[in-house]
Write a protein that binds this ligand. Structure first.
Ligand SMILES: [Zn+2]
Length: 68
């Protein structure tokens, strides 16, 4: 799976911190580290949910039509 990543607010370096040490490897900043969200942005995720829901509804409709 994707590892936890941070982006340094000072120098904008993206890095994956070691377990006990969360600091920027570039400038050494320990504060202002922003967690980087992996995967799709929320809007795209919502879109995917809508598409998935529509797909499930379509399949369910077909199954009901065939069964009925
Ligand atoms: Zn930095």
């Amino acid at each position: 799976m994707a590892s936890k990543e941070y982006r340094c607010a000072r120098c904008h370096t993206k890095f994956a911190p070691k377990e006990d040490e969360e600091r920027c490897p570039s400038c050494g900043a320990e504060a202002g580290l922003e967690p980087v969200k992996d995967g799709l942005p929320p809007a795209m995720k919502l879109f995917g949910v809508l598409i998935g829901g529509a797909f499930v509804a379509t399949v369910a409709g077909i199954v009901l039509a065939v069964a009925g």
